[in-house]
Design a protein around this ligand. Sequence first.
Ligand SMILES: *[C@@H]1O[C@H](CO)[C@@H](O)[C@H](O)[C@H]1NC(C)=O
Length: 310
Amino acid sequence: MVVIWILFLALLREPPCPGRAAAVPEPPGGAPRARRDAGGRGGVYEHLGGAPRRRKLYCATKYHLQIHPSGRINGTLEKNSAFSILEITAVDVGIVAIKGLFSGRYLAMNKRGRLYASESYNSECEFVERIHELGYNTYASRLYRTVPSRAGTKRKASAERLWYVSINGKGRPRRGFKTRRTQKSSLFLPRVLDNKDHEMESYNSECEFVERIHELGYNTYASRLYRTVPSRAGTKRKASAERLWYVSINGKGRPRRGFKTRRTQKSSLFLPRVLDNKDHEMVRLFHSSARFRESLLRAPSKNQRRRRGH
Ligand SMILES: *[C@@H]1O[C@H](CO)[C@@H](O)[C@H](O)[C@H]1NC(C)=O
């Protein structure tokens, strides 16, 4: 029994890495670099291109790199997948941070060469971007690489080897120390977003509402994402129930803040109506008259914006 447990525990442990993983030393004289959010704009990045580039990374193995909210990294054969939309920011000359737009996490490689999606930005999230033939790039960990062992060498010391971001022919990431610059799995084509990606770009989980049917044909629409959760700490009174935040237009035509809404208020009840003739006429005009379209889509005047608090 004991033997079985030891075998089981041995299986759970990470296999040892061939070669040594070494953290690249800080530049001489330099204080440790402060952590910073590579997703931010301005400041030190201004001269490096400022705003992040939105791209997909298409591997030569035909997979798009995905960064999942669960922390997982893998590839997808799908042309349009929300988790393959990335923000690539230059954080230093030739160094990039790669963030998943929807997961909000950064591509990172740990000292065992495993790719993961990091919630916070740190030096494991920095990659050396190099341009290769046919427009393909490679992304190597800035922090970890295989350093040639010097101790007891009879043979000529091997060269230093970089650890590349890599998605194999099954859509799974390879461990850094197993990668080579020349493998298909390490070559990525940065692609601009297509129309379908742009549609997803502007859609996010704040745009989802729970629709419920109520009496007299009225519906309510509650945020799927946000609600008031009952506080548990130090309760003398009975814990209050969870409360949904409803879409709501008050008696002055203005929206109420979600936490002030109730399911029973008139302001939270909406009747879905079919379009009447005048509505249909507007739709027709919108499609046929450029002038009408422009007047509708024109940005609000400065005064209107100020009143809205922008
Ligand atoms: C990638 O990860 C997602 C989420 O964990 C999973 O559903 C999918 O099957 C994975 N794809 C591959 C090719 O491993």
